[in-house]
Design a protein around this ligand. Sequence first.
Ligand code: ADP
Ligand code: MG
Length: 693
Amino acid sequence: MRPEILFNVFSPVTSLTGIGPKTANLLEKLCGRTLLDLCWHLPDKIEQRTVYKSIQEANSDTLATLIIHVGDHHIPRSRKQPYKITVYDDSGMMDLVFFHAHNDYLKKSLPVGQTRLVSGVINKTSTYTQMVHPDHIGFPQDIENWGGMRPLYRLTAGLHSKTITKAIHTALNTMPKLPEWLPPEFVENKGWKSWQESLNQSHHPQTIQDIESTSPTRERLAFDELLANQLTFALMRRHGRKHEGRPLQGSNLYADPLRAALPFQLTKGQEDAFATIKQDMAASKRMIRLLQGDVGSGKTIVALLAMVTAVEAGYQTAFLAPTEILAQQQFQSIKKLTASLNIKVALFTGQNHGEQRKADLEALARGEIDMAIGTHALMVDTIKFNNLGFVVIDEQHRFGVDQRMRLIDKGKNADVLVMTATPIPRTLALTMYGELSVSNIMEKPADRLPIKTSVLSINRVQEVHDSLKRVLDKNEKVYWVCPLIEESEKLDLGHAEARYKILKKVFKDKVGLLHGRMKNDEKDKIMQQFRDGDLQILIATTVIEVGVDVPDATVMIIEHAERFGLSQLHQLRGRVGRSHLESSCLLLYDTPLSETGKKRLAVMRETEDGFKIAEADLKIRGSGDVLGTRQSGLPEFRFVDYAHHLPMIAEAQQMADRLVDMDPFLKSDQGKSARLLLHLFQYTEAIYYLSSG
Ligand code: ADP
Ligand code: MG
């Protein structure tokens, strides 16, 4: 399937000569499996090393490379003192200073009377010059390699800067020249270079501007990424959706009694959203609509009303939730709300097996189940619907494009409602769906009080413990969230478990622990006990992040809040303040607090408005803020920097549309090149559409 010209691009990192399995492992962990992944690991800093003609000329506090003559070695009397070597040239002298040095090594590499090259940070006072632990000691002929700009790469423990630089630069040399997929005049107008040259230049920055996302090379790479993304949607629109949508006309047979049974009035935002959705559903055009509403704004009930409307029209519906806990929660609440209606609801998660599942699967395929609630398990091939007409995807950012499409394709052009609490700028939404309409629920239910948010050093955790008793006395509930530490599930659990042990001593069997590695039925049990009030303090890892709804939980404590992204903090805080009760959120931080960390916490204290928070999130997030991006719910791109590249999305969309209009199966020269682009970014579903033509 993959064109020959790209074979080498996707060779494993291990295929590079001189890379042992251990280094390969580290490189894979950091960058990815293939040579392309290596080349896509762009430098994030540069280092300037200056070759100076003499010791005298060298500026203090710079990275200096010098050719020197070696003078006396001053061997220290005790291990506590440094080993010093005096070196000199015609202009003066300085000391090379080593702590805990291997004497033999120094004697060998810097023999008295010889000429050598040293490179390192120079420190000067008016009377004394020194270089502490040179980065390099070698021969004068090395000089070429020890001056000028050098890219620096993000590293991982155990991987040296030299090693990764060498590996990347070796991989770069194997990258093929690919035929251009962008119109030449477009490339020229932008002042860009070819893909291969852009990639190459990205790894040979000359100035600090060269490693910023506004540099022409990075812009080009980002545009390619956006184009690949938009081509996918253009091809999908062209080939994927042949059928017209079908009108889903409800009769209010179920919607009316459902509404009447609610213990509250819908807000105006909810009413408006439902009205628009109903209109969309009734139209013959297929609906793809994004329902945005801050945490706690009550999106679920709007979705449920739309679902029963589809059932009234005679169709099956699916509700896709991102976690088991949420699927379970939705299932229970939907079951309760529809109990008196003639609607059959079933739960499909990874954990149901055996007879019940078999029966459910058959009933679903026969069309006897009206609403299928579930997790990723809903997307597997064994799940077949009779006539799926309406799909809800909750907390949509949890699912990849592929995954969403897999469920949606189980129906023939089913209407789709995706829900998110993280507002997505419209242009970005284009990169997630290609096209969609948007509804916003701007207000929260009227009875809600503001959530009091405070920021506190973890050193004062004892005060926090003491205050919990008052909450428990009021019969209210507390979430205590501990962070997920990347790359180490053990550590992650360590935090939560440690906190659990401490609180357990004080609050006994009122305290429960919930984490990602528990079995699902254990998780369900704990959540149920928390809901019922047998447990009043729930220590949890981020498994509770999205969607969990326990209205009488009023306190949210987030430990190591500095390790969370803004949107995740906002999501977590949204677990409280879900009723008329007064709620509070406590952000416990540990030092050192990074600048971004500080800003994030400040934003959280200042506002509760999800739209404002999302805005701040985009602003605070530099291109290097991986944490923020991963947790923000925005699509994950390699090169696209939200702060700078958003305007290119529309351009990429237009170009993709034009190309697919002219050349629907990408058979022209430009089309063939564009296929290469799709392969590079592994947009497999798009390539699938091409192979059918
Ligand atoms: P989200 O938009 O974050 O998914 P949910 O749909 O989970 O929010 O709703 C949050 C809580 O508010 C739920 O307990 C829900 O029953 C309740 N709720 C929803 N709509 C209203 C309303 N109009 N008035 C009062 N409470 C409401
Ligand atoms: Mg929700």
